[in-house]
Design a protein around this ligand. Sequence first.
Ligand code: ARG
Length: 282
Amino acid sequence: MTQPHILMCPPDFYGIEYEINAWMHRERPSDRAVAREQWLALQSLLIEAGARVSTMAPVAGLPDLVFTANAALIYRDRAILAHFRHPERQGEEALDEQWLAAGGFRVEQPPEGCFFEGAGDALFCGDTLFAGYRLRSDARGHQQIGARLGRRVIPLELVDPYYYHLDTCFCPLAPGQAIYYPAAFDQYAEAVLKELVPELIEVSRNEAQRFACNAVVVGRAVVTNTGCPELHRALAARGFQPRETPLDEFVKSGGSAKCLTLRLDGEDAASWRGEPAGVDAA
Ligand code: ARG
């Protein structure tokens, strides 16, 4: 198994400069020094867990560039770029494209005329792509991406503005196993999840608000924000090694551990990781 490889972007120009989700309030600014400390601690924890971390250069005027999860959806050596719903973040698209192309990925444009926010809204669990839509990404785009990759797509409607990206309320751990916050999904999406993911670990409202679902899985280590003791107990009971690190400065922007990372070699739970290259179904 190759070493997990994660993309991050230092928070030099991070801040709450606009309000594009329910968490962000310009009158609740982020402390740049504390944000830097928290970001560095997350990076160290991921390295300790066995990951290699690459970084992209931060850019003034793009405070949300730190949330690399949204840059693209990675599938083998392909990177399907994001097209952000909010103009405030669209300036990130060209930079993500440059970095991923230089990093050796075959970079692809998102489906024409659709909003698509990368791994923030599209997560593999086993061989299925679970895809959040309505608040940020479009359902139609997800279907087109599934067709392109030759993978089954399960669109999940997100109904709570606080859980606007799929990775704020759903986290695949392994094929057939995931963390989720039920109230973030419409009834149909919740039923589909229950049917397709046999082992769902349910997160309480309190811990969902601490971004418990926004976890980074590196082997058996699962890294979250602080304040998720119930989830950590549930993970430990299943043989995982839960780790916490404070990320409150990023919660002010509606993000936490997972949002600050992009898995360049594919999520641990994606079954295609184990397949030899070049066997694209399609
Ligand atoms: N402020 C950012 C936004 O609203 C936060 C993005 C969090 N990213 C994520 N993958 N959930 O777009």
